[in-house]
Every structure is written in structure tokens, then in C-alpha cells.
Design a protein around this ligand. Structure first.
Ligand code: FPP
Length: 243
């Protein structure tokens, strides 16, 4: 039987965010170096981006490198930098054709200047694409993002009485992007890990024990199916209770 191309029931989340966890354990369980797990995770990411375009997801945010990941062994940090470079070199033309708009959240400054340039060129090349907005969180941390927002709010001389949640959202790296409806975390860890801590206030979470390199289109479909059955109350009451 042909595989389903669309979710069977209900709503598709506008914005899906993913903590792509478990690459290292995936590799170790196969007797491979951790970087082999990151490479397998990258191949999987490519498939999941296409799946998101097919399912009609409009925004996808991926946690590729956190502000804390600098603390990993030098070889792994450099490997992840190379992966980012490789993805741009090898996948950009195809992503552009698929209508994917690349964006970056976090800080580029600490990256090699050539890599920074490459990222900026990719953003420029794809800026008019509309099918899927892909936010790559690279050298990103949620607390750092909030600190930067506060600094910029103060620098702009905003009065305390004018500070509200909408204004703060406009000072986040994700300004203009709707908050994530669904945050997926693979490999079973029950942690937020400094990811979208402002934007995720009312996101639905889906955690699976599947390691990221094995989180395929069918696993994504399960996450979307689960989401479509959630009753989102935003601190209010469900419709059935109110009626
Ligand atoms: C977490 O797994 C994963 C990361 C820190 C990196 C995620 C990166 C990719 C999937 C590659 C795609 C990257 C780019 C730049 C597009 P882990 O290493 O913490 O796994 P573990 O918990 O099993 O050790």
C-alpha cells in the first residue's frame, strides 16, 4: 500500500519545532563515532524538511547547535560546523527549488567568518521562498535570546509601561514568526534544554524515545496525528467544559 502523504485527521500545526536529540546514542549503539550520528541526523533532517513541506507545515525550527554545545569536545564542535557548511554546499539549491526559506536564530559572530558569509548568502538567496520557513537555531540559547531582547529594549529607551508580551516577542530572534504549536523532542529526554523558552509557553510537546536519525516521516506523522487530537486550552477551559 502506498504511504500516506498527508495526516489523516484534523489540524496541521503551523509551526513545528524540533529538538533533534539522540544522534550520539544512535552512533554509539552501532559502534560508530558520535559524528557519524550527527551525519545520519543531517540526512534525516533533509527528509523531514521535505516531509514538512508535503504535510503543509509552514514553519519548522530546528535546534542544531546550542550556546552550551561549545562545551563539547573540539572535534565534535568542528564536526558540527562542517555539517552546517556541507548542508549549505550540498542542499541549498534543492531546498531553494522546494520553496524553503532559510533563516537563522542565535548568534553568528562566533562562527568562522567564511561560514557566517555562507549562512548569510543562503538566507539572501532563499528570502522570497514561501512554502516552508526553516529557522535554524545555531549557537542559540533561549536565556541568551531573552537577555539580548532585554538589552535591546533598554537601548531603544522603551518605557516600562510600554513593555508587554507582544513587544517582547518582537525583540526575540523569532520576531514575526508565530509561536511553535508543536515541539518535538526525540530520544526520550524530558527536558526543555534552553530551547524557545519564551515562544514555547503554550506549545504542545511530543516526546518520543526514537533517536533523531530514526525519526522518519511515519514518526512525524504520528506526532502530527497526536497533535491534532490535543485540546489546546491556553490556560482557559476546553470547549466541552465551557458549553
Ligand atoms: C543532539 O544529539 C544533537 C545535536 C547537538 C546536534 C543536532 C545536529 C544535527 C541533527 C545535524 C544538523 C545540523 C545542521 C547544522 C543543519 P546528541 O549529540 O546530544 O545525542 P546524545 O544525547 O545521544 O549524545
Amino acid at each position: 500500500m502506498a504511504k500516506k502523504n498527508t495526516v489523516s485527521r484534523g489540524r496541521i500545526p503551523t509551526h513545528v519545532a524540533i529538538i533533534m536529540d539522540g544522534n550520539g546514542r544512535w552512533a554509539i549503539s552501532r559502534g560508530l563515532p558520535r559524528l557519524a550520528g550527527h551525519r545520519a541526523g543531517t540526512e534525516n533532517l533533509r527528509r523531514i524538511i521535505t516531509a514538512c513541506t508535503e504535510f503543509g507545515v509552514k514553519y519548522l525550527t530546528i535546534y542544531a547547535f546550542s550556546t552550551e554545545n561549545w562545551g563539547r569536545p573540539r572535534e565534535e564542535v568542528e564536526g558540527l560546523m562542517h555539517i552546517l557548511e556541507d548542508v549549505i554546499d550540498k542542499e541549498l539549491a534543492e531546498l531553494n527549488k522546494e520553496g524553503v526559506q532559510l533563516r537563522h536564530i542565535g548568534h553568528l559572530e562566533r562562527l568562522d567568518p567564511k561560514l557566517q558569509e555562507k549562512v548569510l548568502e543562503a538566507i539572501e538567496l532563499t528570502k522570497n521562498n514561501k512554502r516552508l520557513i526553516l529557522n535554524v537555531a545555531f549557537n542559540y540559547g533561549g536565556r541568551d535570546e531573552i537577555v539580548c531582547a532585554i538589552q535591546r529594549i533598554l537601548k531603544d529607551g522603551i518605557l516600562p509601561e510600554d513593555v508587554n508580551a507582544d513587544l517582547v516577542s518582537q525583540y526575540m530572534f523569532t520576531a514575526g514568526v508565530p509561536d511553535p504549536d508543536l515541539i518535538i523532542r526525540t530520544s526520550g529526554e524530558l527536558r526543555v534544554s534552553n530551547f524557545l523558552i519564551w515562544q514555547g509557553a503554550y506549545s504542545e510537546w511530543y516526546v518520543t524515545s526514537v533517536y533523531w536519525p530514526d525519526f522518519d516521516k511515519e514518526e512525524l506523522q504520528k506526532a502530527l496525528d497526536t497533535f491534532s487530537q490535543r485540546d489546546r486550552r491556553y490556560g482557559g477551559l476546553s470547549r466541552t467544559i465551557k458549553d
